[in-house]
Design a protein around this ligand. Sequence first.
Ligand code: FES
Length: 930
Amino acid sequence: MNAPEQVATQLIRLNVNGAVLHLAAAPAQRLSTLLRDELKLTGTKIGCHAGDCGACTVLLDGQPVCACLVAAGQCAGRGITTVEGLAQADGTLSRLQQAFRCMGAAQCGICTPGMLMSAQALLQRTPQPSEVQVQDALAGVLCRCTGYRLIIDAVLLAAGTQAITFEAPAAGQAVGARLPRLDANAKLRGTEAFGADTLPASWPQGGVSLRIIRSPHAHARFTLGSVAGWLRHHPGVLAVFTAADVPNNAFAIFANLRDQPVLADGLVRFAGEAVLALAGDEPALLAIDERELPIHYERLNALAEMHQALAPGAPAVHAAFADNVLCRGRVVRGKIEPALAQAAHRAEAGFETRAVEHAYIEPEAGWAELLTDTEPPRLRVFASTQTPYMDRDELAHVLGWAPERIHIVPSAVGGGFGGKLDLAVQPLLAIAACKLKRPVRLVYERPESMRSSTKRHPARMRAAAACDAQGRLTAFDFQGDFNTGAYSSWGPTVANRVPIHACGPYRVPHVRALTRAVFTHGSVAGAFRGFGVPQATLLGELLMDELAAASGADALEFRHQNALRAGDHTATGQVLHASVGLQACLVALRPAWAQALARCKQHNTQDRPRKRGAGIACMWYGIGNTVIANPSTVRGSLRLNLEGNAELFLYNGAQEIGQGTATILPQIFADAVGLPVACVEQVMGDTDLTLDAGKSSASRQTFVSGQAARLAGLDLRAQLLEALGVAEPANLRLEGSALFAHAGGLNVCLDLIHLPRQAQGDVFTGQGRFDPPTVALDADGQGVPYATYAFAAQIAEVEVDVELGTVKLLHIHAAHDVGRAINPTLVEGQIHGGIAQGIGMALMEEYVNGRTDNLHDYLIPTVGDVPPITVHLIEDPEPLGPWGAKGVGEPALVATAPAILAAIRHATGVKLHEVPVTPSRLRAALLELK
Ligand code: FES
């Protein structure tokens, strides 16, 4: 929650977006609060309230400022421009906004207003900026999605003179088109409603805020004193909710592991765990000194490290898991010991990774209201989520209600990456709204978001790999422990997914891969773009380089020789029948690899303090859930809209989190129906309107929900042709309220106005369901865990200052087999964004609970940290995917960090066995090498 702001007001004259206003405001009030709360200009976003993220950037007399750091009184008599003031008076997007739209420079869109305003200020003072000037201008705004390069390109495009146009694809031409995001306009205008941007209709008559009191201790028992007595002395506080107020006080990702309380019940297991929920007036809540609350802690021994938790006799984090091992994963194929013993070359190493924070720019936020016009009442929850249906089901469990009584209306999601798969504000809002029978709002501040949310699993791994004299891999033996923190969250997924992927995308006849997910009293680890595979790939690719060197092979050619190809068995015994594009990726990278090595060699011939290196890494990634059912159901209709015009309508349950499902699924659906994508309108994620399309996770939405959208489109088309009385081939078009077909030399018309309509105006409705075929794994992990895999190879070129230990990235080349690029612009955007997160993982990101709970102590890549990126899209079609498509969201990240570490090894000779490779760690390793 924001710090209290001074309440004495004075009349302040402002010019906001050209309108002169006289406002009564507290002079010390943040400008961002004034804009958002008083003027409802919620395009100015709040990511940190500390000037770190820049999402709230506005122009003050033409100069970019963080509105969260400017007092309202400082703005008296001055001009303020917000993102809402960028478009022309008639609503036409400005050239800068059009350039962002064209380049795909807005993904989730939460940073976009800050980026636009910073760029606008630059273009006003420097109409023809250089790339470096653009980077300097954007340096104060963080983006967690895009990797920045497309934003730079957009600003340079806006500064140029070429026309910015896009020809909408014709019927049947949407798949493969670089269609601008269908949700781009709202993101660029600042009208997209994120979790903190709206209030329920019943607000403010009786609306209340929540403040969550969290444990300062990693492990403690606690008792509550007289809460009623405390309440009597705090008249602005309406209620204090404790564990006793929660009907079923446990939730989880997996229904059989519900171990995380909504509010702790006498025992806290990590620092940041929710203990109490206070409801009341926001100023009254803000004024509370937590030390005065009647909570009495008794600190206990905290096992925050895995070796502590796994030590013999260590106390159990959860009584049901006496050894602190939540679960184990296992894949065994062949005979590992003899294969290792008989190998011509063998490499062995250990590797450690640290907790990584999602650092989405939008902190968790939302509201809930009880709907009493039905009996029994229902609950509506508006919040930032990757998984509307899981939210519905877990809230139903927590409340003890039927799921149908919960209505989830997802907000726009300002970045997720897996972090918004775990329930955050939702159950707290649900309990308070039901108890108080009043609308309730909760918005996390940055430190609360970082302390309470899940992290990438810290891992401790060891592996040995072997090959024969010809450089053919023969064996891979892996063991890894993954610190899942205080609760199970996605620990089982990580423990199961890692052994399947551990040996990499290579032909390896003898494999043993064993994992454990370990409870500790650290931050809860959950889903984060890759589910443990990025950690394991760091170790696996290190060993590939060592074996390549031992066998005298080039690093790329060693990988090419061993790469999986169609017809091969994987470590789980699965036969890959099609869409195995790794060799094609490596072939695409050969020229760049040769040139990079040559550049490094030439540079390093002179004795310089800065050495250059090039590294390569490969990855593979199973698309969708591991073995367990993974269905998506999508519905689409031809309907009459309120204006009486026929339109295609998509009931799209695949939640948009910046990755593009709001655009990809309409492209797929429109082509399946055979009408232009411009005809498609949609609703997304609303559990009362859409069907369950599963979670936006595991890179599954394009493959699984995309195929369901295609099947829905085909179903609808079949109905339309039947109603028209024509057969294929047929060309369809819409005009006014009518559907026209040209088929068999005839023109046929069907006017929807004469036909019966269902709810929402639907006249014809098609439905598609797709559940990728898998086969359960046996005790040795043998089976078919995924229907398809994505493959990729990336090259990193770096320059290392061997005296300071700093690493500068020079270029990333990324070749990705995506099956089919439904929208190449969006696919490239995902790859750029994944690479940026891979850079963070490799070089700077390490979350330490209580020490890095903000965006100035926790570093993520800025615009200056991401080098130019060259993307090669390989399209080896997947027969099960919609028009051959697979997924790319997580695969984009996995190869980046190992490629960077390989490049550092190449430049310096230093073999690093942990990330992040901070300057101090690298300098220490360089000194040791000397
Ligand atoms: Fe920049 Fe999401 S688009 S943070």
